[in-house]
Design a protein around this ligand. Structure first.
Ligand code: PMP
Length: 361
């Protein structure tokens, strides 16, 4: 078969900032006998009620584009109105919509780095400019530096708590002090994709702050704690007019009916599902304690993953994990991120981490 290669054809003009972009890099697929701990997925299969909701969804019809049943269920859960809730095909979609709604060419979007790998791409697609503020030496957001980075051109600030990939949380007090420094005309996105794994009472929890900060939008997802990553469904909570702007940028009907229905059933069965989450959080803390015991200087993790700052030997470290049957996410020359998965993966994980830490000592 011949690919489409027209040697001397003139090239169409693409936006240079898009043409230079790399597509989002997904966590590697795992070999049959390896544990895939590279995408912060939930290791549990859906509960029967969720499978039933998926199986009984209609797919020859389009979904309800307004997702009103799901928005109503979420609104009831958070004591809001459905207008204050927006759902999207993953919270990633909503992040992109909100950034596009608020920031365009000449505008700036401030966020910490490292943080979620997709942020730079969303900002570039909007045509805006990323302003990345380095994390502190102990892998946390540098909130004062982030507030200092806000200029007249800033339209959006993103706070990620727990932060992917470093696992740190912003405390409620830190967040309040931070918000006091941010102009009310700047949209603040609080990305809480991993909030259900947080057991620290001092950590910020966005929904209860919405009444205090009209410029705050909180993003959450069914992908992580609720184990619906493959169905793509997330949501945002915030002011109606801001969410309306996000809704206006949405590709119509992209949240499919099986996803909407599975999400509603997940809310109904949240006690059962959050028990699983509690188990994963306990396992995370056990793994963290074992890593510290091995001599790792790693930040206390609050999501469903641990961060190993392996620096220059990151690529080698990822290979060591891979040789031990563990697929991790290697991030540049900063570190590897390892999801909390099956209990059976822990022994291999700790064997590999022991080998890596010996090299670092
Ligand atoms: N925010 C953060 C911090 C994430 O790590 C992720 C997923 N890796 C997302 C948002 C997007 O998740 P989803 O689109 O599956 O809701």
């Amino acid at each position: 078969q011949l690919g489409l290669v027209l040697v001397n054809a003139p090239r169409v003009r693409l936006r240079p900032e898009i043409e230079g972009m790399q597509p989002y890099r997904q966590g590697k697929a795992a070999a049959e006998d390896a544990f895939k701990l590279s995408s912060n997925e939930n290791p549990f299969e859906p509960i029967p009620a969720v499978l039933e909701a998926i199986a009984s969804s209609s797919v020859n019809r389009y979904p309800d584009g307004s997702a009103i049943a799901l928005r109503t269920a979420l609104a009831d859960h958070y004591a809001l109105t459905p207008e204050n809730v927006h759902v999207g095909a993953g919270s990633a979609s909503i992040l992109s919509q909100l950034i596009t709604a608020a920031a365009g060419p000449g505008d700036e979007v401030v966020y910490s780095w490292r943080s979620f790998e997709a942020y730079p791409g969303f900002v570039a697609v909007a045509g805006a400019t990323s302003v990345q503020v380095p994390n502190t030496a102990d892998h946390r957001h540098n909130l004062d530096a982030m507030a200092d980075a806000v200029t007249d051109r800033t339209r959006v600030v993103i706070v990620c708590s727990p932060n992917n990939p470093t696992g740190s949380v912003v405390t409620a007090d830190e967040f309040t002090a931070f918000m006091a420094q941010i102009p009310e005309t700047v949209l603040v996105l609080l990305d809480e994709a991993y909030i259900e794994f947080v057991t620290d009472d001092t950590a910020v929890r966005g929904p209860q702050l919405l009444a205090h900060y009209p410029n705050l939008v909180v993003l959450r997802t069914f992908s992580k704690a609720y184990g619906l990553a493959g169905l793509r469904v997330g949501y945002a909570l915030g002011a109606e007019y801001v969410l309306d702007a996000a809704r206006a940028t949405t590709i119509p009907l992209s949240v499919i009916e099986p996803a909407q229905r599975a999400a509603i059933v997940s809310i109904e069965h949240q006690a059962e599902l959050l028990e699983r989450v509690a188990g994963l959080s306990v396992l995370r803390d056990t793994i963290w304690a074992a890593l510290v015991e091995q001599g790792w200087d790693v930040p206390k993790p609050h999501g469903n993953f641990v961060w190993l700052p392996t620096g220059d030997i990151t690529a080698w470290a990822a290979d060591v994990f891979s040789d031990n049957g563990i697929v991790v996410r290697a991030l540049g020359t900063d570190g590897v991120r390892i999801s909390i998965g099956e209990h059976e993966s822990v022994e291999k994980l700790l064997k590999a981490s022991e080998e890596v830490v010996r090299k670092l000592r």
